[in-house]
Design a protein around this ligand. Structure first.
Ligand code: CP
Length: 344
């Protein structure tokens, strides 16, 4: 295998759309290389003494811990910050926050995902002023750390040539909370670039942001793949190679009135991933979910705990991809890596 070198020092990771296909390939290869090194306990301290600030406006298990564990393994340190314990809750501007934090450390990562129209704009304002890379840990538009891990997982299972493979991204019922729209939006934008035919299914009350639909259509056109919409979950599942059914809130009301999203959702409790629906997909189709999943609602236990489910591999890849994003955007010198062996 040929050793390669890469460095994206100072680049912001705000949406996958802003990174070229070749750059995303590099991120995937470095993720695979860091995964190998982690499993073999080989040293990979690419960020000695570096600090990343993790700023959360929302809760997290995977994202927080993949970044905290990841920066430690890379030789650096994370500060876990909740917006409600920062002066941002008293109105401090993204400009002042970005300038100050970037003078104290080497990167700023932000989760701000629950209010349509706010999170991505906030991150861009921080990034405009910060003299350090800004990493999107999930906003209202995209969850690029999740979708990168999803692409890595799909490649590990199906190989790098995804042309002709069908991905079903579907709304599913969940009573727990009005979940952000950014995972399905990120999936339709990214997977259409990497050769998959994508079908998006949702009840008519749960449309995604128009600009993300337009980006997915354009990506599909350029890649020569299909991007289709339906209001029928079964149609999306039929002949799919990968299914990602999950809940999200109503675009119009979830910011100001999330309870309204949940009220409408109760009319669609049959939007559930169960064994009968999995039978509509191709034999051996992958079941994926970014987690947390509403077991018994979004998905039945026999599916999420069954042989087609890859949710724990998918969640594990959040660590390796988060490390690749940090290493490549924060390191002072080029990272040496062996390209991933993705199979056919
Ligand atoms: N999938 C995901 O982002 O998980 P958390 O909300 O736990 O970070």
């Amino acid at each position: 295998m040929t050793t390669r070198k890469a460095l994206f020092k100072g680049r912001d990771w705000l949406t996958t759309q802003e990174w070229s296909g070749a750059e995303i390939e590099t991120l995937l290869d470095v993720s695979a290389d860091l995964k190998r090194k982690f499993k073999r306990r080989l040293p990979h301290r690419f960020l000695p003494d570096q600090t990343i600030f993790l700023m959360f406006f929302d809760k997290s298990t995977r994202t927080r811990n993949s970044f905290e564990a990841g920066i430690t393994q890379l030789g650096g340190h994370a500060h876990f910050l909740t917006a409600d314990a920062m002066q941002v809750s008293h109105g401090e501007s993204p400009k002042d926050t970005g300038i100050i934090l970037s003078r104290y450390g080497h990167a700023i990562a932000i989760r701000h995902d629950l209010i349509p129209g706010e999170g991505n704009s906030y991150m861009r304002e921080v990034a405009k002023w910060a003299d350090a890379p800004v990493i999107n840990m999930q906003c209202d538009v995209d969850h690029p750390c999740q979708t990168l891990a999803d692409l890595m997982t799909i490649r590990e299972k199906l190989g790098s040539n995804l042309r002709g493979r069908k991905l079903a991204v579907s709304w599913a019922y969940a009573p727990s909370y009005a979940k952000p729209l950014s995972v399905p939006q990120g999936l339709i934008m990214l997977m259409t670039r990497f050769g998959m035919d994508v079908t998006l299914a949702h009840p008519r009350e749960y449309p995604l942001m128009p600009e993300t639909l337009e980006a997915a259509r354009e990506n599909a056109r350029r890649a020569g793949v299909r991007f289709e919409l339906t209001d029928n979950m079964d149609d999306a599942f039929r002949d799919a190679d990968v299914v990602i059914p999950k809940s999200w809130g109503c675009l119009d009301t979830m910011g100001a009135a999330p309870a309204e999203s949940l009220r409408i959702a109760r009319q669609h409790q049959d939007w559930r991933c169960d064994a009968a629906r999995m039978k509509l997909a191709r034999a051996g189709a992958l079941y994926m979910h970014p987690l947390p999943a509403d077991r018994g609602n979004e998905v039945t236990d026999d599916v999420i705990d069954g042989p087609q489910s890859v949710v724990y591999d998918e969640a594990e890849n959040r660590l390796h991809t988060a490390k690749a994003i940090m290493a490549l955007t924060m390191a002072d010198a080029e990272i040496e890596y062996e390209p991933g062996d993705w199979g056919a």
